[in-house]
Write a new protein. Sequence first.
Length: 364
Amino acid sequence: MQNRFEIGQACELEIVAISDTTVFLDLNAKSEGVLDRDEIADENGNVSVKEGDKIKVHFLGDFHGEMRFTTKIAGENADKEMIENAWKNAIPVEGHVEAEIKGGYEVKIGNTRAFCPYSQMGYKKKEEPSYYVGRHLSFIVTEYKNEGKNVLVSNRLIGEKEYADQLVKYAEKIKEGEIVEGTVESIEKFGAFLDVDGFRVLLPISEMDIDRVTDPAAIVTEGQKLKVKVLKTDWEDERVSVSLKALMKDPWSTVEKQFPVGTKIDGTVSRILDFGVFVNLAKGIDGLVHISELEGISANTNLKKVYSIGQKMSVVVDKVDAAQKRISLKTASSVEQDKTAEKYLSSQDDDGESYNPFAAFFKK
């Protein structure tokens, strides 16, 4: 069979069978590629892949007609030729971190000693230097000189590659418009961060509720599981924003039936701006009383000195624009005042005279 792979070539192949010692890979030919099972087994000998899965490997060469592949070159089996080949073809190698030395770490790969600078050990989550000593880790050979007497390696490049691959998987699952489940990691003044399958997303304060939120901690708690809708993804900058509000029923969809023009209601002041006062009528629904509709108020009045957040205000619905989510209001007497007046009027005599308790007494 003509060899269609170059030494060190990276490729993604499908697993066709797994035995006690070997993983067989589909080459779309009369023979399969082989990979040592130990390379993908955990410390208990278990593997997380199965037949039909695809796996990323590097081509090692044709050995007596057997096409051999590797996910990384095992350190104990690596000779200088294999390390040089790993350097030329960016094949990961496994090494043992022997000791912390000046500027970094001494790493043993087979019988070869290599050097890993501090800056090239770890990625994203950096541990204390002593944490890495004595560990078996994967590296990329970044420099190979003097027939293996000067070898530089990087563990960081492994982390970068693994993270980039993981981002691709995140992007396939966390898509705009999708509903995902996350766990609240931390709460900030501007919102909360959620963990979605290992990726950190932002739930902005403006997307926590259909009502205006001033304290995120009043809406969510750390450790809480939430179903949210993905609003925006920016994988280049690794930013994803989600929304709780998007999964709630829009109160404006029924606002015209709930608050037809002429409806009188006792609301609460929710916002105070230079041009008027916003009054909350129901959850998620605020209407505006323009400054020109406020009794005894001139155009240059500082409304914040006259009104306060949470203050009760009686209003009448003047205009409704559900499409633009706008309601215009006018001030009015309170519902309680109207009921008192109605009670007073209903107590009048049939002849129209005002109710007089003394006259009523003498009529008995």
